[in-house]
Design a protein around this ligand. Structure first.
Ligand code: ATP
Ligand code: CA
Ligand code: CA
Length: 435
């Protein structure tokens, strides 16, 4: 069985935090979803609901293993967002319920955020900084409206915004969002593209030890890669990207990137590689494998069993009954249904992704998994200072800390270039030659 990341079980340093995050999500999401749906009001965007968990519990909050406080932000807005993204409420809870449900990626980026996958790898929990948290709340209405108007947005899909606080611990803010990559397919190559070149290189020599590392802009250029989308898909993709970038510019956001996962159909799922490297997949590639292969602790439940548990869980949600954490619905990727495509979503239409297409419209041998991630960095004081200092030693247009308008334009232009077919690139090169 494939395991990505380090499994978070009772012996894991962050077990209590993870356990509390999930308990809080479960209780607050089932609480909101148990109520009759209604229209959103302005107050819903500002709303927050606090719960205090302890081992005894009370009529509002079920008992929990540990003492902690939990805050659920804008619960009704996120309920609506989950509906817009067509998540089934019971399914969402099942994915985030269970005993050994999370695996931790540690902190892959420079920001110090932690990433956790739900057991079925559909969802990612990312811890975020207080500034990002405040910013998301501030722009939540714009984001919501954008999602309403752009069901196919490439921006990260936010499903929940929460906070946990343990006694004597610090406040931990986190979001729940979509995992862009599918649970059932190997991603053979990953790129994180910003359209800048300063510091945007992953040392190719290090790939040997970490074949799943996330590559960057310079690796992309060096490999003369492109996204082969054909005329129609390319238009759909660029049109959506343009709208998404327009929003990011308007909200003064920068530092985001296009995450590109490539599944090579001719290679398929390489079970061997899976076993050796996927366990400790880490996109930053800074940490190397440290976990010994472990015996499989999971028993795969039968289809009937899964269906029965799902029915029970739905009923509990309807009746607003507390769901014990032991009520793990151990869904494994294979039991999530045969098809992973999300009907109705353009960029997930081909087995959860977007299949490469030649200029003549014939399907090509790759599936792309695409999205714009890390889009909660507001161009505030800190970034302005970074821009100033980095600008002293580098070409100002190439550093990543750039004012939002310039950042957005450079980003869009780069991605547009990335979608050029080889034929187009040749024609373009010839044209420039002649000029
Ligand atoms: P930094 O600010 O230093 O860039 P960060 O902690 O904000 O880092 P992100 O840029 O959000 O982190 O993500 C880091 C890596 O985690 C990405 O390059 C990607 O490999 C992986 N990742 C992030 N979000 C997703 C997602 N939604 N789906 C799949 N992988 C993701
Ligand atoms: Ca990033
Ligand atoms: Ca970041």
């Amino acid at each position: 069985r494939v395991l990505v990341g380090t499994k978070v079980d009772e012996s894991h340093a962050n077990w209590v935090t993870a356990y509390n995050m999930l308990t809080g999500i479960r209780v607050s999401v089932s609480r909101t979803n148990a109520k009759l749906d209604r229209e959103l009001t302005d107050a819903d965007f500002e709303a927050k609901q606090k719960s205090t968990f302890d081992i005894t519990g009370n009529e509002l909050v079920p008992s929990a293993k540990y003492d902690f406080k939990f805050k659920d932000y804008a619960p009704w807005v996120f309920r609506r967002l989950r509906a817009l993204f067509r998540l089934d409420p019971a399914d969402y809870l099942m994915s985030l319920t269970g005993k050994y449900i999370l695996s931790e990626l540690g902190s892959p980026g420079k920001s110090g955020s932690f990433f956790y996958f739900s057991r079925d790898y559909k969802y990612i929990i990312k811890t975020i900084h207080h500034a990002e948290h405040k910013f998301l709340r501030k722009v939540l209405k714009d984001y919501y409206t954008h999602v309403q108007e752009n069901p196919n947005t490439l921006l990260s899909q936010f499903y929940g915004l929460h906070r946990v606080k343990m006694p004597y611990g610090k406040k931990i803010h986190f979001v729940v969002m979509n995992n862009l990559f599918p649970p059932h397919r190997d991603i053979h190559t990953t790129f994180d593209l910003k359209g800048s070149t300063v510091g945007r290189n992953y040392r190719e020599e290090d790939l040997e030890n970490n074949p799943r590392a996330t590559l960057k802009d310079l690796n992309w250029l060096r490999r003369q890669r492109n996204l082969e989308l054909g005329i129609q898909k390319k238009r759909l993709f660029l049109e959506q990207l343009q709208k998404d970038v327009a929003l990011l510019k308007r909200l003064q956001i920068m530092d985001y990137s296009l995450l590109v996962g490539i599944h090579d159909l001719s290679r398929g799922n390489d079970e061997n590689l899976r076993d050796k490297t996927l366990r400790v997949f880490n996109p930053g590639g800074d940490k190397s494998a440290e976990e010994e292969p472990q015996p499989n602790l999971y028993r795969t439940p039968s289809k009937m069993e899964t269906a029965r548990k799902a029915r029970e869980l739905r009923q509990m949600i309807r009746q607003e009954r507390p769901i014990p954490i032991g009520q793990a619905i151990d869904k494994m990727p294979d039991e999530l249904g045969e098809s992973h495509s999300r009907p109705g979503f353009v960029f997930n239409q081909d087995d959860g992704g977007f299949q490469a297409t030649h200029e003549n419209n014939a399907p090509a041998d790759e599936i792309y998994y695409l999205g714009v991630i890390d889009c909660l960095t507001h161009y505030g004081v800190i970034k302005k200072i970074e821009h100033f200092w980095k600008g002293l030693s580098n070409d100002r247009t190439q550093i990543s800390a750039l004012p939002p308008d310039q950042y957005g334009d450079r980003f869009y232009n780069f991605v547009e270039g990335v979608t050029m077919s080889h034929e187009e690139a040749q024609r373009e090169a010839l044209r420039r030659d002649r000029e």
